[in-house]
Design a protein around this ligand. Structure first.
Ligand code: ZN
Length: 125
């Protein structure tokens, strides 16, 4: 197993937001790598408990935990999301519901919710 430290991020497929999120997460968590679990509009998918997508997300988080000793999982939503066309305020509501759903999974990790605005500023919710 790698000695490097990993965290995981559940984020949208939208390619504009990977780099800012990865840079922020590495600094915030002091890790070397971020395992990216992509899903179009993950705040919507998870808050609505949409199957089978949610099971696939959960399975991939578990792989990150089992093989990379991931101790932190970020769930990210972003402005101008093609898969979840709602206001930033609505995104934050979806994130809070998604957080509750994920807490119910009883994973041995810290969960962190973030919203990324159109200028790539990242705010913890
Ligand atoms: Zn998106």
């Amino acid at each position: 197993m790698s000695q490097d430290k990993f965290a995981a991020a559940v984020c949208c497929i939208d390619g504009r937001f990977y780099q800012p999120l990865i840079m922020w997460a590495k600094k915030r968590l002091g890790v070397d790598h971020i395992d990216l679990i992509t899903e179009a509009g993950p705040d919507k998918t998870i808050s609505e408990n949409k199957k089978p997508n949610i099971d696939i997300i959960k399975e991939q988080i578990q792989i990150s935990i089992d093989y990379h000793n991931t101790m932190h999982v970020i769930i990210a939503a972003h402005d101008d999301c093609a898969a979840n066309r709602v206001s930033p305020i609505e995104h934050c509501k979806h994130l809070k519901i998604a957080m509750k759903v994920m807490k119910g999974w009883k994973l041995p990790v810290e969960l962190i919710c973030v919203f990324i605005d159109a200028d790539y500023n990242i705010e913890e919710i």
